[in-house]
Design a binder for this molecule. Structure first.
Ligand SMILES: [Zn+2]
Length: 129
């Protein structure tokens, strides 16, 4: 068995490389594994955005009922503020975790750009409201 790190010849049953100590059971991730992981991560991000979209619609529905039954504006603003922070916070944390554990550099860069846009949008929303 050839060591993947230092190319030293080791016996077939060796657990670690006798030259550098590399774990001999280690198999490097293939391109296919990385691709599968990237697709999964993108689906998770997309799914989460849809879940947040549905949540947002549900909140709008609830707020409409609240305002027609004479609910006050501060209550509505608080609901929107909490929903906004929850939506942005959870989405940013999710994308950050996926960016850190992703094996695909392009996906990592894309996720970091999405995170920055999301944070910028949230701050512009805060400044205008
Ligand atoms: Zn080695």
């Amino acid at each position: 068995m050839i060591c993947l790190r230092c190319n030293a010849e080791n016996s077939e049953e060796a657990k670690f490389c006798k030259n550098c100590g590399m774990d001999m059971s280690y198999t490097p991730p293939t391109k296919n594994d990385t691709l599968k992981q990237s697709v999964l991560f993108l689906l998770i991000v997309l799914g989460w955005h849809y879940a947040m979209f549905i949540l947002w619609e549900a909140i709008n529905f609830y707020v409409r009922k609240l305002t027609t039954s004479g609910g006050n504006n501060t209550e509505v603003l608080t609901i929107y503020k909490v929903a906004n922070w929850f939506g942005t916070g959870s989405t940013v944390i999710l994308m950050l975790i996926l960016a850190i554990i992703s094996k695909n550099n392009s996906l990592r860069i894309a996720l970091i750009i999405f995170i920055l846009i999301r944070i910028a949008l949230n701050f512009s929303y805060l400044l205008t409201s």
